[in-house]
Design a protein around this ligand. Sequence first.
Ligand SMILES: [Zn+2]
Ligand SMILES: [Zn+2]
Length: 159
Amino acid sequence: MALFNQAIIGGSVSGKQRQGGCLCGAIRYQLDGDPFAADYCHCGQCRRVSGAPVTAWMDFNAEQVHWLSGTVTEYASSEKIRRGFCNRCGSCLTYRHLDYPQYTTLAITSLDDADDIAPNYHIYTDDALPWFEVKDDHLRHPTGGKAPKWVASSHSVDE
Ligand SMILES: [Zn+2]
Ligand SMILES: [Zn+2]
């Protein structure tokens, strides 16, 4: 969808509300407004944590994210990266960088209506699996470093 343009960078505190959560239902959240970015990440860490060949993420300002029930358990996948999951069902839910506490990234696949938000660029395509091809015309960044600044922090390693 064409929602993710310069006009809404910084997020939207009004507008549509969406809900999502983990597989077992213990963790539920509500989102106010639209994400300011949404990407496919092909890095090996996202692949392992999600169990999928590519992971679809959406980025919000932290104040747009409201936790309704349950508690996300976080794993420190590197010094500054925290990956959140449900400690009951194992669902991959969140990603955050300690240097950017103003942002919360959530797995698009955890939305109740996951078809509602579509990623519109790729990061870490250098790490993409050769047998999994995404056929679209979206921008492809070989690493996270050349991605838009809100994802300039690496998913894979500390920089
Ligand atoms: Zn769960
Ligand atoms: Zn990643």
